[in-house]
Design a binder for this molecule. Structure first.
Ligand SMILES: Nc1ncnc2c1ncn2[C@@H]1O[C@H](COP(=O)(O)OP(=O)(O)OP(=O)(O)O)[C@@H](O)[C@H]1O
Ligand SMILES: [Mg+2]
Length: 345
């Protein structure tokens, strides 16, 4: 499906300072997602990368209304889910589906593939009984499973085949946006590429939009049009794939790229110290910049104040006090000569 020019594309999902805090019996809440802002436009693949515990899955669940937000705003297809009646919300939620990491956990072991793929259609009362039977075979075909799979049970399938059944279930209600949360992480490396190709083919055939979440830099760089880099509940950097993988500005983004030399072969790395230590607890995130406790460039200001989220080039956002100084590209080019504005205060 040809993609319309950027300016005319529909904003499918929009988050403004979105927060998800989990209350605790005592003490401050756990700030799993602590204020992120971004739009997802129709037809794109919006990648989110971040270490374990950075809040990716919580954000993913919020995007499909499985997790209530506790602050900021979420708009889906131009509407605020919180303002909708139960019936309208149910209709809206059809358009925003999610697939999770573990393809086995999501499937009832006592149901056949046919029943599993028909289930979302039944729940949403879509089509007649005969219509649903035909739809199931069509969906299985789309995800590369022949009709012989219809009568099998999940335990008779490989991990990749189970994930294909999950994709078929998600596609049954003809969503506009599919959130894919670590969908290839549990699969054998040898079949990950097949699965990523399937997602690409489905996007072309059905005009789907993806939010693709992973801790695997190679995967996110392969599939994404734009990439957000998440750390401890907030975005550190956001930009086009080229901006993030070729001209990264945030020390955290650079550390991720440095740590995975095979993931983005075109990224010209300079030798740096590998990322030290563990991600701090979201119960007590560091003051100022959350990355400062592990950042090789951290100075006093980084502890004293939260760096602003600034657009330093069209579409390229970064939150770093020192991004202005770190603007010499890893191949030695001074990015300021290419129009990148300093983000330093
Ligand atoms: N329902 C919940 N109640 C309380 N805390 C939660 C809940 N869900 C997630 N958390 C916490 O929120 C933080 C972010 O978790 P989340 O699962 O969103 O991270 P993630 O980036 O998806 O990590 P991973 O890469 O391991 O999947 C973690 O500290 C986690 O323990
Ligand atoms: Mg997760």
């Amino acid at each position: 499906m040809p993609r319309p020019p950027e300016g005319e594309r529909t904003r499918l999902a929009s988050a403004q300072d979105l927060q998800v805090h989990f209350p605790r019996r005592s003490g401050p809440p756990l700030r799993a997602v602590d204020g992120v802002s971004f739009d997802v436009v129709a037809g794109e693949t919006f990648g989110i990368i971040g270490e374990s515990g950075s809040g990716k899955s919580t954000l993913a669940r919020a995007l499909v209304c499985l997790q209530p937000i506790t602050g900021g705003a979420l708009t889906l297809s131009g509407r605020s889910p919180a303002s909708l009646s139960a019936a309208s919300l149910r209709l809206l939620r059809r358009d925003f589906q999610i697939i999770f990491q573990d393809p086995r956990a999501a499937l009832n072991p006592r149901m056949t593939v046919r029943a599993l793929v028909a289930e979302p259609l039944e729940i949403q009362s879509i089509g007649t009984r005969d219509g649903r039977r035909a739809a199931v075979l069509d969906l299985l075909d789309r995800v590369g499973l022949g009709p012989e799979f219809a009568d099998r049970y999940p335990h008779q399938l490989s991990g990749g085949q189970r994930q294909r059944v999950n994709i078929a279930r998600a596609l049954a209600v003809r969503p506009k946006l599919l959130v894919c949360d670590e969908v290839v992480a549990a699969l054998d490396v040898s079949i990950q590429a097949d699965m990523l190709n399937l997602f690409k083919d489905l996007q072309d055939e059905l005009g789907l939009t993806y939010v693709f979440i992973t801790h695997d830099l190679a995967v996110v760089a392969h599939v994404s049009d734009r990439i957000a880099v998440m750390y401890l509940g907030v975005f550190m950097e956001l930009g086009s794939k080229a901006q993030i993988t070729e001209r990264p500005l945030h020390p955290y983004t650079r550390a991720l790229l440095d740590a995975a030399p095979q993931a983005v072969p075109s990224y010209r790395r300079v030798h740096r110290e590998p990322l030290q230590g563990e991600i701090p607890s979201p119960l007590a995130p560091p003051s100022g910049c959350r990355f400062r406790t592990r950042c090789p460039l951290a100075v006093e200001v980084c502890a004293a104040s939260v760096p602003a989220w600034r657009e330093v080039q069209p579409g390229h956002f970064v939150a770093c006090h020192r991004a202005g100084e770190a603007m010499v590209s890893t191949d030695g080019t001074d990015l300021r000569s290419q129009g990148v504005r300093s983000a330093a205060r």
